[in-house]
Design a protein around this ligand. Structure first.
Ligand code: F0G
Length: 466
């Protein structure tokens, strides 16, 4: 059979609500043109994020009922710890309420003011947590990774030459760890090859620097390796995952993505002394080390999710559903980051709206139009999220309002697909809406920033029409 289907049937449904164009116009203005400020009931199809928004399986819901809520030493913790160890192979597992809590603990122990952390591309929370320690977050993706239309099977790879140059320039002692984000979310959900992980690990270890994987979308990345990298087509995804993580010294994970859960995360290491320090901090900020910030039932859902996410019929459908959206909108001429990534399609808003300058936020303007057109919520990954306001003085931490605006490298609009939540007809509706917006693209106007917070400004920024 050629048709790739959703490998599940639906047991429980959640109604979604249509609004009128006039209602959406009023709602958008009241939200100051920031889609994070919308009420979710006012959204018809929510592609804001694939994080924590997926549907759990009947096995996960069954596991939820087995949740042991004991404060210490619960059976749910043991099942969770065993599932994480079986999948990733690290010796110590520290549960956290989500990915950024793992990042916060890791960086506050490993980084000092003046350190430098290389990554293929830091995600927003990762960058913010590095910078919060007074360290510098440096993105070293390969040059093809920054060109939306460039085709490359592993566009998320780290530029190993640039990595060696950076280490030589700043000195080994200033680089407390190297990180690889799989898949590379900020640059299109693009995968990283096994060869690249191996090569970065060799460089890191030659300098005595630990390598960490930001593992959020590890299963999608592993499936791309199976499909695209020579020598992996006959291995199971589980075996590929085991090899990927065998090169790393630890990982951070948001179980809200490839953990197939609605909340949760963890931090792993093989270093006993480091694990102890991390647990001490965990107790202070998240909870006792056998639950982190999670309920026993969440630990159970993640334990099952980590196993289900490796099923190849699921991963086949997952990648096909992303590709379906990408192929249909590129067919009508919409410029997207090519090839389609693992969890989302990214429209190149700079190419689609060349009349809107980067500092009038073409990605944000496009997100607003798509909401107005059809009630679809998406998110900007461009100068709102990654643009910077540089301070006049030599302060190392950004601490206030705009002084000098610097745009991001790319102006993207991300359409992230929640796992197992929407059907093909939902995606057909999204394709039609994007096509309509594309046809009237010359009439779309930019936005002006009227408020921003000092960190992670995209969540609470306010805009008006430029
Ligand atoms: N790392 C990556 C690559 C991520 O994509 C995210 C979250 C995190 C870390 C942080 O995890 O949300 O559990 O604290 N990404 C979501 C997104 C929010 O929409 O891409 P978290």
């Amino acid at each position: 059979m050629q048709t790739i289907i959703e490998p599940f049937r639906i047991k429980s449904v959640e109604p979604i609500r249509m609004t009128t164009h006039q209602e959406r116009k009023t709602i958008l203005k009241a939200a100051h043109y920031n889609l994070f400020a919308l009420s979710a009931e006012d959204v018809l199809i929510d592609l804001l994020t694939d994080s924590g928004t997926g549907a759990m399986s009947s096995e996960q819901w069954a596991a939820v009922m087995r949740g042991d809520e004991s404060y210490a030493g619960s059976a749910s913790w043991r099942r969770f710890e065993a599932a994480v160890k079986a999948t990733f192979g690290f010796e110590f597992v520290i549960p956290t309420h989500q990915g950024r809590a793992a990042e916060r603990i890791l960086f506050s122990i490993m980084c000092e003011e003046g350190d430098v952390v290389p990554n293929n591309t830091h995600f927003d929370t990762t960058r913010a947590n590095v910078e919060y320690q007074g360290a510098k977050a440096v993105d070293l993706v390969i040059p093809e990774g920054k060109v939306p239309e460039a085709i490359h099977p592993f566009k998320g790879n780290m530029d190993t030459h640039a990595l060696e140059e950076l280490i030589a320039e700043v000195g080994t002692e200033r680089v407390p760890l190297i990180m690889i984000t799989i898949t590379n979310n900020s640059m299109g959900g693009q995968p990283v090859s096994m060869a690249n992980i191996r090569e970065v690990a060799a460089i890191a270890h030659q300098h005595g620097i630990p390598l960490y994987l930001d593992a959020c979308r590890f299963a999608e990345n592993a499936f791309f390796i199976k499909l695209r990298e020579e020598g992996y087509k006959d291995l199971t995804v589980k075996e590929i995952v085991a090899e990927m993580f065998s090169y790393a010294d630890g990982c951070t994970m948001s179980a809200k993505k490839d953990g197939l859960a609605n909340i949760g995360g963890f931090l792993c290491t093989n270093d006993a002394a480091l694990a102890q320090q991390e647990k001490d901090l965990l107790i202070l900020t998240e909870g006792f080390p056998t639950y982190g910030g999670l309920a026993g039932r969440d630990l159970e859902a993640i334990a099952v999710g980590l196993e289900e996410v490796l099923h190849e019929d699921y991963l086949t459908y997952r990648l096909a559903s992303i590709r379906y959206l990408g192929e249909h909108i590129s067919r009508v001429g919409v410029p997207i980051v090519q090839p389609p990534g693992g969890h989302a399609i990214y429209i190149d808003a700079k190419a689609m709206l060349p009349h809107i300058p980067p500092l009038e936020f073409p990605g944000q303007a496009l997100a607003c139009e798509l909401y107005l057109e059809a009630g679809i919520r998406s998110t900007e990954i461009g100068s709102v999220m990654f643009g910077r306001t540089e301070p006049d003085s030599g302060e190392s931490r950004p601490s206030g309002y705009a002084r000098r605006d610097v745009p991001a490298d790319m102006e993207l609009l991300r359409l992230a697909i929640p796992r197992r939540a929407y059907t093909q007809s939902h995606v057909d509706y999204v394709v039609e809406a994007i096509t309509n917006v594309f046809e009237r693209r010359q009439d779309i106007r930019g936005l002006k920033l009227t408020y921003q917070a000092p960190y992670l400004r995209h969540f609470t920024a306010r805009f008006e029409r430029a």
